[in-house]
Ligand binder design. Sequence first.
Ligand code: GLY
Length: 418
Amino acid sequence: MTQTGKVVFFVGSGGREDASAFCTSRSPQVGKIYVAPGNGGTQRFGGIRVDVKPTDIEGIVTAAKERKTDLLFVGPEVPLVAGLVDAAVALGIPTFGPDTYCSQLEGDKIFTMIKGREWDVAIPDFGYTGTLAGIEEFLADPRFRVVKRRGLRAGKGVTVAETKEEAFKAARTIIENGELVLFQERLSGREASAMRLSDGLIRKRLLPARDYKRALNGDKGDMTGGMGAYAPVPDVTPEIDDRIDAEIINPTFAGLHREGKRFKGVLYAGTMLTSTGPKLLEYNVRFGDPEWQVLLRLLLNDPYEVLEACALGRLADITLRWRAGFAICVNLVAGGYPNDYRKGDHIYGLQDALQVPGVEIFHAGTVLKDGIYYTDGGRVLNVTAVGDTLEEARARVYEAINHIHFADMYYRTDIGLT
Ligand code: GLY
């Protein structure tokens, strides 16, 4: 960072925000980095923590304005859906992230499916209801076994049921909470994360990534916020990526455009690669966590320039360049995550892990006290590695992990394998 450089203000406290701030701190254009609220890792690259919660919209925009922010980066979905970008833009702060209207694509899963049908996006068959009779009706059709909450649930509001009984239980719980339940046709295939940057005028394709949402090896266990990722994904060929654009992304942007809306930031399509082509499972309106961490390891551009170009409508000036090879991320989590887990355990071995070639470690649920890192959340660390092959990246990441220890540490050993 340089004394006279730009002021960048990151909102969030997880691995995605840490990786973004860490990589941006290397930009020769950047002078100061604030992270609200950040985590135990923020200080290691000279970032300054700001004690404001991401959900405190007024607090964030005031803090960003006071610090003469040149670029505000909103990492998580909750403040996006709650209107942070509109509030920041109203104060003249250049901001990376979509407005409140476009953020509904993540904030309201029923909205997305209704719009998807209207805009001719490749989506699964779906329906929604708020009654027990309605649930019975949907479940009489054996295709409807994916049960979703309408709103934000940190990736944990989805049940992909094996049986009618399991689907019924999940759906009943949702309506008992007074919410509508969304049913989707259960599709088979591999999932892939397709992200597109947009400056409101044009968009650019990021490398395809794959994340691992379930807690245990072999895609068993509870849904989590993400246990690991890798990129690029060889089975997302350029032809499949073209179909994702043609059948999912382009009709979505065209639909928004017809409504007079401009999406700025990153649109993340969670897709299923079915035998008849890619289908949209859901949209996110921010970078995937931890997919973005692996893409950042491969991105050769200055991340500040890329993020700023999206905020300022100058994405046409940017040619994205990628390192050849692969990147992988394995999340080290506190045992028990995504359910109850302990906090406050000493983290050992980070310096040794960082000696492994190609390795970088991003912080998520950590806290720094008297120079020592302790666990402070479910997803504790994102250990990443690059390699010329996926096998090399995998070998490096797990070698690095062998050096790290904290009580009850848990991670999947099959990231990049299946
Ligand atoms: N990795 C999944 C997500 O960011 O929602």
